[in-house]
Design a protein around this ligand. Structure first.
Ligand code: PMP
Ligand code: GLU
Length: 399
């Protein structure tokens, strides 16, 4: 069977694939410790679910405008304006079916054949695929390991060509957990502005940041002076991670309203609008921000404790394996090439070996652009994490 050129180069999502495999093995009776997918293990805060259930009973079960319910777009714009310290136009907000669709809309509208799009590497596995779906060319840019892979203008300048049209990165980063400081962010964004390059800033993990005890979110682009940011950016965020709402499929983007119109137009043909019920739930989250912030903070405290737990266990039980100290998100990215042999010579082989020998499901670094590394999600209960790492150590410490 042959398929169109649109999908010629597309591979299915590796993160979703490993997680589906772990679920299947578990259903078959295998004892699996699933540390693969990045999905908070908490329940969605009750008042958000209640609002959506109430929405069903009140008949909020019809289409909304493609870019989302105006009251939700306004509520999101108010929260963003507070962060930015200036009034942002609510018509710049487009509500999407997950942050993934916001990324798709942006790439599809901004890039096309002949365009090169720089992607901070190690990258979240879907970025190059989404760029490819837009028929543009993904250009991974590897940051330096000593800087925990955060990019500098020099890294970007080295790969810039006259065809460079965009830059995509995440901070806090999936898969490394690395977080750009305000100054680092500013110099990277100023570089893009000077080079007239579009920035797609994925801030979906912004609230999950361990920089201080107050649960202060990671630095984001809206806090930068408007002069260094310029108009050529699309901010991507959503409810999946911060509000533990992965299955609700609710994300959003914020950008210049002229660009937002294009994003909404694409969406109007692809999905019409994000699920109305999910919009009603997230409207409650953005309306009662005090309650939302309390719920988010509780989750961040748990993620921070787990970060400390997994790094302590690695230091104790797997001292030969280096890792990036996570400052946000909920992933531990660790280097495994020291354990490679003639047989186990790639991150995929390493992960299959670990799954077979220990039942621990991990995602190979090849899915994120570096085959020497592996990603563990620590969005799991403390006891599960401890069990998983002890199982890994039981095999790896024998090597
Ligand atoms: N960006 C990053 C960096 C992610 O890890 C994810 C994971 N789901 C997404 C975007 C997509 O989020 P959503 O579930 O809202 O589509
Ligand atoms: N973003 C999560 C991850 O990286 C969920 C799966 C996905 O959307 O790729 O594991």
């Amino acid at each position: 069977m042959s398929f169109s050129a649109n999908v010629e180069k597309i591979k299915p999502s590796a993160t979703m694939a490993v997680s589906a495999l772990a679920k299947r093995l578990r259903a078959e009776g295998r004892d699996v410790v699933d540390l693969s997918a990045g999905e908070p293990d908490f329940e969605t805060p009750g008042f958000i679910s209640d609002a959506a259930i109430d929405g069903i009973h009140k008949g909020r079960t019809r289409y909304t405008p493609p870019a989302g319910m105006p009251e939700l777009r306004r509520a999101i714009a108010r929260a963003l304006s507070e962060r930015a310290g200036r009034d942002l136009d609510w018509e710049g907000v487009v509500v999407t079916s997950g942050a993934k669709q916001a990324l798709f809309n942006a790439n599809f509208c901004l890039f096309g054949p002949g365009d090169e799009v720089l992607i901070g590497a190690p990258y979240w596995t879907s970025y190059p695929e989404i760029v490819t779906l837009a028929r543009a060319t993904p250009v991974p840019v590897m940051g330096s390991e000593v800087r925990d892979f955060r990019l500098t203008p020099d890294d970007l300048e080295r790969v810039w060509t006259p065809k460079t049209r965009g830059l995509i990165y995440s901070s806090p980063s999936n898969p490394t957990g690395s977080v750009y400081s305000q100054d680092e962010l500013r110099s990277m964004i100023e570089w893009a502005h000077e080079r007239d390059v579009w920035v797609i800033a994925d801030e979906i993990y912004r609230c999950i940041s361990f920089g201080d005890d107050q649960g202060t979110p990671a630095p984001g682009i809206l806090e930068l002076p408007p002069g260094s940011l310029g108009p050529k950016f699309v901010l991507v965020d959503g409810a999946s991670k911060a509000f533990a709402m992965t299955g609700w499929r609710l994300g959003f983007s914020y950008c210049d309203p002229v660009v937002a119109k294009e994003l909404g137009a694409v969406q109007s043909h692809v999905s019409s609008n994000a699920s109305t019920l999910s919009q009603v739930g997230v409207l409650a989250a953005f309306t009662d921000l005090e309650r939302t912030n309390t719920a988010v903070k509780e989750m961040v405290v748990a993620f921070s404790r787990r970060r400390d737990l997994v790094t302590r266990l690695f230091d104790e039980l797997l001292p030969a394996f280096t890792y990036v100290k996570p400052m946000g998100a909920f992933y531990l990215f660790f280097r495994v090439d020291s354990a490679f042999t003639d047989e186990i010579h790639s991150s995929a082989k390493f992960c299959s070996w670990m799954l077979e020998e220990t039942g621990v499901a991990l995602v190979p670094g090849s899915a994120f652009g570096d085959d020497r590394w592996v990603r563990m999600s620590y969005a799991a209960a403390d006891a599960v994490l401890e069990d998983g790492i002890r199982r890994l150590a039981g095999v790896l410490a024998r090597q």
